[in-house]
Design a protein around this ligand. Structure first.
Ligand code: UT7
Length: 312
């Protein structure tokens, strides 16, 4: 059984933190950040604004977009590694805030920057098994909770935000989430991880090398599995960590840059929210049209990586 995309929503905190703002508080330059990462600005959530708050706003907007209420959804999956509470899950909190009465299940997945692909993978499996009718998948991250302002090599890279997609079961297998692949290698844990005192530790160059290998590998796997080539794909939405990584992946896959959606310049790296925020941005700006085929590779802490193929 297939599925189709029926709604999307996103949320970005209002505070814009520019590279020039960083120049004022640490030893860095707009020139370094722009040339090494492509990032120009990012959004920082307020202190009193939680992952759960951002997830709830994105979910509300997706429900409005689909013309549904929360009781029309029979599974909510939230991808986040930055939630303030370890329990209960962000997903059940969102259900509670939105006043769900249908006792539908809700749970979180923790796949770091690949987390949204992990969520899509679960949703695809549930649709294939015929278990759920409408699934909302939310990616929500408050990366600023983990930013160490004494470490210029990571502080400038991250931002906050949330995005949500709603899929509905469908007899057509040619739309919605068509295919997914997810992978991990815990042996490479030290490349990128959080600490007990909520700091990000990253070996940038090592993580970079893995990213430019794993994302194209996952994208290639999906295309081979789906029996398609680069020409069949309308848009690539790679995880938005670094413009140089995105350019390198495009080159390795022989995709022209005009098929690559880039929002890292304005959102920076929002971990598992990055791809869904980029997709929402493309919808809002009329870039992606209904029926187009989108390939979404991601890579992150774990290490984890994977890709999804979605007809929007
Ligand atoms: O989302 C999960 C996936 N994440 C990623 O894929 C991130 C992967 N890594 C990267 O994107 C890049 O490695 C970074 C953007 C993090 C770093 O770029 P790089 O070209 O690999 O730089 P580097 O770490 O090798 O550092 C080069 C220099 C160093 O100075 P020296 O030792 O050469 O004198 C750093 O101290 O750049 C310096 N540097 C900075 N300078 C100004 C590091 N951060 C900054 C900064 N401003 N913010």
């Amino acid at each position: 059984m297939g599925n189709r995309l029926i709604g999307y929503g996103s949320y970005l905190p209002s505070r814009i933190m520019t590279n020039q703002d960083f120049e004022r508080i640490m030893d860095t330059t707009d020139e370094w950040i722009t040339t090494r990462t492509g990032i120009r600005e990012r959004r920082f959530a307020r202190d009193d604004e939680s992952v759960f708050d951002m997830a709830t706003i994105a979910a509300t907007r997706a429900l409005e977009n689909a013309n549904l209420t929360i009781d029309d959804i029979d599974l909510v999956i939230v991808s986040s590694v930055t939630a303030e509470l370890d329990f209960p899950s962000v997903a059940v909190q969102v259900m509670g805030r939105l006043g769900a009465k249908n006792n539908a299940p809700a749970f979180d997945v923790r796949g770091a920057c690949t987390g949204y692909i992990y969520g899509l993978h679960c949703a695809r499996a549930f649709f294939a098994a015929g278990i759920h009718r409408r699934i909302m998948i939310i990616g929500a991250e408050k990366m600023t909770r983990f930013i160490d302002m004494t470490d210029r090599s990571t502080a400038v890279l991250f931002g906050d935000g949330a995005g949500a997609l709603i899929f509905e079961h469908s007899s057509s297998s040619y739309s919605g989430i068509i295919d997914t692949v997810i992978m991990s290698d815990g042996g490479e844990y030290e490349c990128l991880h959080g600490t007990p005192d909520s700091k990000i530790v990253m070996n940038g160059p090592e993580t970079y090398k893995k990213a430019v290998q794993c994302m194209p590998d996952a994208a290639r796997y999906i295309m081979e599995h789906a029996g398609i080539t680069a020409e069949n794909v309308d848009w690539i939405i790679p995880h938005q960590a670094n413009l140089r990584i995105i350019n390198s992946c495009a080159e390795r896959l022989s995709f022209p840059m005009d098929k690559i959606l880039v929002t890292v310049d304005r959102h920076a790296n929002t971990s598992s929210a990055s791809g869904v925020l980029a997709l929402a941005y493309a919808f809002d700006n009329g870039m992606i049209k209904p029926g187009q085929l989108v390939l979404y590779p991601a890579f992150g802490s774990g290490l984890t990586w994977g890709a999804a193929l979605i007809r929007v």
